[in-house]
Design a protein around this ligand. Sequence first.
Ligand code: AMP
Ligand code: MG
Length: 423
Amino acid sequence: MSLTSRFSCLSDHDPNTLSVDQARAFIRSQLTPLAMHERLALRSALGRVLARDVIAPFNVPAHDNSAMDGYALRHAELSSSAETHLRIVGTALAGKVFTGTVGAGECVRIMTGALLPAGSDTVVIQESVETDGEDIVVPVGQRAGQNIRLAGEDLAAGQPALAAGRLIRPAELGLLASLGCAEVSVYRRLRVAFFSTGDELCSIGTPLVDGQVYDSNRYTIFGMLSRLGCEVLDMGVVGDDPVTLEAAFRDAAAAADVVITSGGVSVGEADFVKRLMAQLGEVLFWKIAMKPGRPMAFGRLDGGPQSAWLFGLPGNPVAVMATFYEFVRDALYVLMGADPVPVVPLLPARCAAAIRKAPGRTEFQRGVLGVVDGQWSVRPAGAQGSGILRSMSDANCFIVLEHDRGPVAVGDQVQVQLFEGLA
Ligand code: AMP
Ligand code: MG
């Protein structure tokens, strides 16, 4: 079935005002992960996605060990009604095993991470014990098995430690190292080609002439793609000319898994690009009920032996970023094999300013989130025009005003989406 017919099968949609959720869901429903995998040395796998389940080859921890500094003993030795005196018969250190057995009336001095000596089953922390030469005095009230990390409690031998689809972050690097994995199977890097369209665009390094603007979109797109770990192919600026545009689309589709363009999809320009696309593949042109954003193209491009997904983003610099973050980011993660796609949560905050808003579209206002009087509070970051990158740079979040929402009054709760996480 063609992309167009799959899209037409969507019930309850109007191609002239597609909601953000509908566009997002349709894009997701069309994509499957890349088929190609590769094996990489562990460190190189940071930011990649696991292509196969990783099975724990042994228990982690490998043996029962102490979670605290204290004394290892046999719980059955302890009196339930009075203090118990035990004799210290040795020491167990992390990395240095106590080879004896804890017998009747005995205990072993033990440090965090040290293997639990044979015969012992409980650790009493040093702070609750009185020492008396070679003896210790243990108070009543100790629980059997306390302060012990059991073998396999972190990862059990033979069980999947990490499932295919997991994005490899620092925690996963550490976890894989704890299993002794020197190499892992990951999805290959996604290749993304991008170019800007518009006769008015000038590349940095060349002086501007009247009527020109510097091409900033290629730099924001470069930044956003690089942070996602994509292999980027910067194809420069392409003028509004059918012949050069056609060649650029073909070259990009031949070289990449995904092609991202900016500009040329707004009402004034779309017809000419639409005609071109009809020859090159199958592309849907949408008007999305969002601000900034609205026009966007999504589809497939033929690039000879291979084809590529196309995201035709609007030209306005902030619209590029908003549509990238709201649609392209998730789509790229799906193609990269991430399952589940790492979500950017919507968090509640008080709005410190009134915002005009009519129901019927989703708005992504640039916001500054901070703590005011002990509460998270957000205010718009400044002028919100779709071309104003300054307020995007000043912002640390989007204030996401839902499709059906009306105006926001001072003090109302709104949802925010943070630009940054722990990195
Ligand atoms: P368009 O969608 O092509 O009609 O462009 C909308 C607006 O965005 C126009 O003002 C363009 O000059 C501007 N614009 C388009 N592409 C870029 C770009 N790569 N860098 C900066 N501004 C751009
Ligand atoms: Mg243009």
